[in-house]
Design a protein around this ligand. Sequence first.
Ligand code: HEC
Length: 163
Amino acid sequence: MPRFALLLLLACLGRPAWARPDGPALYARHCAACHGADLAGQPRWNRANAAGRLPAPPLDGSGHAWQHSDAALAEMVAHSMAATAPPGYQTDMPAFAGVLSAAEIAAVVDYVKSRWPLGTRASQALLNPDGAAAFARIMAQAGPDENWTFPPECLPPGSRLGD
Ligand code: HEC
């Protein structure tokens, strides 16, 4: 086959394999309805609603998503709470396996993390296998005068912070 025909064929096969999925667009399409266009989550997210289920938590760094490694976040997006919740646990978080590819899930998780403050990103990075190196990389982005803080304390669902 002449080389140009091969190139044409590759171009016609659609998005090249090396193109990264568009995390913000995927978030807007698949997640924003519950977690909010601004990632702020639903009101009273850490208290069960009338149906006895938890509302969608914030993904903007103010909740506790940062207390999960990249692998755990991807697992929750792919299979909802199946791996972490007790059997029979009722949740409104959908499972996206079969809807989104692994690369799309990684891109949406990357987008979510990109919205976190620096200290929150650095703390979450420590939970990954390459944690120490990733932590150092993120902190290197903070100049000596960067005013960063560690993330807010994690409060388990149902704890009372004052209504
Ligand atoms: C139909 C509503 C809905 C949609 C759509 C949805 N979620 Fe959720 N999500 C929830 C709810 C509700 C929870 C809390 C579930 C629980 O703890 O029982 C949750 C929990 C999560 C968590 C765990 C957060 C934490 O603090 O531990 C992550 C991460 C998450 N969702 C990411 C996503 C992503 C990424 C998408 C889009 C690909 C998405 N969700 C789409 C409702 C939704």
